[in-house]
Design a protein around this ligand. Structure first.
Ligand SMILES: Cc1cc2nc3c(=O)[nH]c(=O)nc-3n(C[C@H](O)[C@H](O)[C@H](O)COP(=O)(O)OP(=O)(O)OC[C@H]3O[C@@H](n4cnc5c(N)ncnc54)[C@H](O)[C@@H]3O)c2cc1C
Length: 391
């Protein structure tokens, strides 16, 4: 679908836009900027992601703290080709609708198993001025408790993004030579604060006060011209990690837990990886409890060790009332965990929907739904080597 990438119509007054499913989120936001339209589409997953793929995975990204995920109402209406060949629209362009089931949601996170999205109407948000700041902490626990206090304060809604980069990640960024001045190697939070200038000033004062209270010894508020560079440093996370080990490949995996459980998850995972001898960095959309581990391997034996560590990480997250994937999706490699996380009844309901819409199992067979015969992740030995993203 990537060649079907046209923006079809921009309704500035209504704050929406219609496009084909191969359009990319950066292309949409660049087009709005080039046309001086002060609106943007706030879902920001990986570079080059298309609207169809973003619907397929139920994506999110750094902006989810303020704007939520693809499962919020950013997709007003979608056009879908069903396995029968019938073409349907799920809704009108109206902002709200109480007309029956929310069939748009049926396709969000369906990973292409129920239909092929060809067009979508996206809700847009106003562009709001932002500033970027960083704070550094003695450990992840202090960083997370600061984030929780900030988000629960009256200034929480001014936080657009809160990203965690662990000490190993900061070291990787320094070693990769992508920053002018090396950062101290400590667990670090990157904030994007948004609002009118007075609101930004008030919010940043509160953020500084709270981060200090939680043990931060460094709070740096970027000047306007530095902000993009500072944020870009967060985006270097993947390439910087790969640069740590010559000829390494990287298995990135994501899980998500209630935010209060994140420090335990990070602590136990770091212990596990150290014990297993895995070179790894950690980044996270910490405002949402979403955690990404980037594990490096150079040969089949290291791949096997990484594979087993991912298995343990997923179980740790589910045991902490979390999910096997916060945003990357289930695909093939995480099917075995769905029953542990959701229960057999919920998984069977998904299979029932799949059978009703695609009785011949034509669309993405073998994805998303665990076979009834598949052993649950809790008891299985991890033998598959499918990755969320292997680069
Ligand atoms: C460096 C990096 C950073 C990332 N950061 C994030 C992040 O912060 N947040 C996040 O959510 N994800 C992130 N991702 C993952 C990725 O960007 C998302 O999963 C994204 O939504 C995938 O979009 P895509 O167009 O590449 O879809 P694909 O990977 O091509 O497809 C994804 C799924 O959707 C289905 N699909 C694709 N097009 C259609 C269509 N037209 N109709 C129906 N089904 C379709 C596919 O069959 C597949 O099952 C990151 C990835 C990388 C490499």
């Amino acid at each position: 679908m990537s060649a079907m990438d046209k923006i079809l119509c921009i309704n500035e007054t209504d704050g929406d836009l219609s496009c084909q499913s191969g359009a990319r989120w950066e292309q949409i936001n660049d087009t709005l900027r080039d046309k001086d339209i002060p609106l943007f589409f706030p879902l920001d997953p990986g570079p080059g992601a298309t609207i169809g793929g973003m619907i397929g995975t139920g994506c999110s990204g750094t902006n989810a703290v303020r704007y939520g995920t693809a499962r919020a109402e950013w997709f007003l209406n979608i056009t879908v080709v069903l396995p029968s060949g019938e073409v349907i629209k799920t809704r009108s362009r109206a902002r709200k609708s109480a007309a029956g089931f929310d069939t748009t949601k049926l396709f969000i996170g369906a990973e292409g198993t129920l239909g092929i999205v060809t067009e979508a109407t996206l809700r847009l948000a106003p562009v709001i001025p932002t500033k970027v700041a960083i704070a550094q902490f003695p450990d992840v626990e202090h960083a997370v408790s600061a984030v929780q206090e900030i988000l629960n304060s009256p200034y929480g809604p001014h936080l657009q993004c809160v990203e965690l980069l662990d000490d190993q990640m900061m070291s990787a960024i320094n070693k990769a030579g992508v920053v002018d001045h090396p950062y101290p190697v400590k667990d670090t939070l990157f904030f994007k604060i948004q609002g009118a200038p007075e609101a930004i000033k008030l919010t940043s004062d509160v953020v500084k006060e709270i981060t200090n209270k939680h043990g931060s010894d460094r709070f740096e508020f970027a000047a306007d011209e530095e902000a993009a560079d500072l944020w870009q440093n967060r985006k270097y996370a993947l390439t910087s990690s790969i640069a740590l080990v010559p000829d390494a490949r990287c298995w990135t995996t994501d899980v998500c837990v209630p935010t209060s459980r994140l420090p335990q998850l990070v602590y136990e995972t770091k212990q596990d990886m150290a014990k297993s001898g895995i070179r790894s960095t950690i980044v996270g959309h910490v405002g949402d409890g979403n955690f990404h581990a980037l594990m490096l391997f150079t040969n089949d034996e290291e791949l096997r060790i990484v594979n087993e560590a991912v298995h343990r990480l997923v179980h740790r997250a589910i045991a902490l009332e979390g999910t096997c994937t916060g945003e990357h999706g289930v695909g093939v490699g995480k099917r075995e965990y769905l029953r542990d996380e959701l229960g057999e009844g919920t998984v069977e309901l998904m299979r029932t929907v799949k059978r009703a819409i695609d009785p011949l199992n034509l669309f993405n067979p073998g994805k998303l739904y665990p076979e009834p015969s598949m052993p649950s992740g809790a008891t299985s030995k991890r033998t598959e080597t499918h990755k969320d993203v292997r680069i």
